[in-house]
Design a protein around this ligand. Structure first.
Ligand SMILES: N[C@@H](CCC(=O)N[C@@H](CS)C(=O)NCC(=O)O)C(=O)O
Length: 204
C-alpha cells in the first residue's frame, strides 16, 4: 500500500487529490509543518530535504519531489499521457510548476531561505508575490480554450489547482483570470477534489 506524507494546503495536495482519484486504499499521514515535524530525525529518513510530499511505495521505499511522485501516480492510475509528445509536454509543465511557480511563492512564505536579514524580507516577499502573479496570468493563458492542462484530465490538473488556491491565499485577484477560474470550478466538481479540500480545510 502507498503512504502519502502531506500537509494541509501544501503542494502535497496535488498527490493527495491524485490518490483520492486513484481509488486504491492508501495511508495518508499528516506532517505538522508548523510544529517542525519535517525536520525531525524520523521524517528526515523519509525525505532528507525535510519537505512534503513524500510517498512511501509498496516496498517501503520513500520517494520525494512532485516531479517524481506525480508522474509515478499518474502512470499507476491512468492519469498520465502515454504518447511521447504529450508526455514531454506534461514533464515540461511539471518542471515549470516545480521549478518556477512554486519557488516564487516560497519567497513569500519562507523569505528566510533567501536572506537571513529580516530587514530585506518585505522586498523578497513582494517580489515573490509579483513573480507568482505573473505566472498565474501565464497559466490562465495556457488554459484558454482548454478543459484541462493536457488533452484529458491528468495529474497536471491537481498540481495546477494547488497554485490557484495559493493565489487566493496570497490575496491575488484570481477571479480576474477567467480561464484559470473556470478550471478551478471544474476541479471543484470532482468528488475527489471535494474530499481533499474538505480534509485539508482549504479555502477556495
Ligand atoms: N521541490 C519540492 C518542494 C516541496 C516543498 O517545498 N514543500 C513545502 C510545502 S509546499 C514544504 O514541505 N515546506 C516545509 C519547509 O519548508 O519546512 C517538490 O516539488 O516536491
Amino acid at each position: 500500500m502507498l503512504t502519502l506524507y502531506y500537509a494541509p494546503g501544501a503542494c502535497s495536495m496535488a498527490a493527495h487529490i491524485v490518490l483520492e482519484e486513484g481509488g486504491e486504499k492508501y495511508e495518508p499521514k499528516k506532517v505538522d509543518l508548523a510544529g517542525g515535524e519535517q525536520r525531525t530525525e524520523a521524517y528526515l529518513k523519509i525525505n532528507p530535504q525535510g519537505r512534503v510530499p513524500a510517498l512511501k511505495l509498496d516496498d517501503g521505499e520513500p520517494i520525494a519531489e512532485n516531479t517524481a511522485i506525480l508522474p509515478y501516480l499518474g502512470k499507476r492510475f491512468g492519469l498520465w499521457p502515454s504518447d511521447p509528445n504529450p508526455e514531454a509536454k506534461a514533464l515540461s509543465l511539471i518542471g515549470f510548476f516545480a521549478g518556477s511557480v512554486h519557488p516564487a511563492m516560497a519567497h513569500v512564505r519562507r523569505p528566510e531561505r533567501y536572506a537571513p536579514d529580516p530587514a530585506v524580507h518585505p522586498i523578497i516577499k513582494d517580489t515573490g508575490l509579483k513573480t507568482f502573479h505573473g505566472y498565474m496570468k501565464q497559466i490562465d493563458g495556457m488554459l484558454a480554450g482548454r478543459e484541462w492542462f493536457s488533452d484529458r484530465y491528468s495529474v497536471l490538473d491537481p498540481y495546477g489547482f494547488v497554485f490557484y488556491t495559493w493565489g487566493l491565499r496570497g490575496e491575488l485577484p484570481m477571479g480576474e483570470l477567467k480561464n484559470y477560474t473556470a478550471f478551478k470550478d471544474r476541479m471543484l466538481k470532482r468528488p475527489a477534489v471535494q474530499r481533499v479540500v474538505e480534509d485539508e480545510k482549504v479555502k477556495v
